[in-house]
Design a protein around this ligand. Structure first.
Ligand SMILES: [Fe+2]
Ligand SMILES: [Fe+2]
Length: 170
């Protein structure tokens, strides 16, 4: 049985994961508007990942006999200056997610809620990968600068990203 405090915090995270999904879909939409289909694909896959995260928390709350309460999802940022700007904002966003996951882990640890600690361990590892993904592409984009041939090569590379739900965990 989850405490009220932990249940509330987990529900907030369900909302934040949906907000993350929405944020990345807005970024996909910006990339589509620039005819950068590979970048758009990258963010569409990211959108699916965030939906997967939201549902992972959703399923866990139900498993623990808690109730998921869906709230309003805030409007994501829709205006961007460049693809580099998308990744910089995405990187910032992922750092915010990491601090929220750490905060959840602190609450679960404080309450000695070991099942939740175990779930959050998965998310802690996932965040290392999420931050690294964004940081790597930021570094590539900075090296590319205004070389449009290189930008289209990166666009082609990002067109190949697909969403594969992780198997059998938690
Ligand atoms: Fe996420
Ligand atoms: Fe994420």
């Amino acid at each position: 049985m989850l405490s009220e405090r932990l249940l509330k915090a987990l529900n907030d995270q369900v909302n934040y994961e949906f907000y993350s999904a929405y944020t990345y879909l807005a970024m996909a939409s910006y990339a589509e508007s620039q005819d950068l289909d590979g970048f758009a694909n990258f963010f569409r896959v990211q959108y699916e990942e965030e939906l997967f995260h939201a549902m992972k928390f959703y399923d866990y709350i139900n498993q623990m006999d808690g109730r998921v309460i869906l709230e309003k999802i805030d409007q994501p940022k829709v205006e961007y200056d460049s693809v580099l700007h998308l990744f910089e904002e995405g990187y910032k966003h992922e750092k915010e997610v990491t601090s929220r996951i750490y905060n959840l882990a602190d609450i679960a640890t404080d309450e000695k809620e070991h099942a939740t600690i175990s779930l959050l361990k998965w998310f802690i590892d996932e965040q290392v990968e999420e931050e690294q993904n964004f940081n790597t592409i930021i570094k590539k984009l900075k090296r590319i600068e205004s070389n449009s041939a290189a930008l289209y090569m990166l666009d082609d590379e990002l067109a190949t990203r697909t969403f594969t739900p992780p198997v059998a965990n938690a």
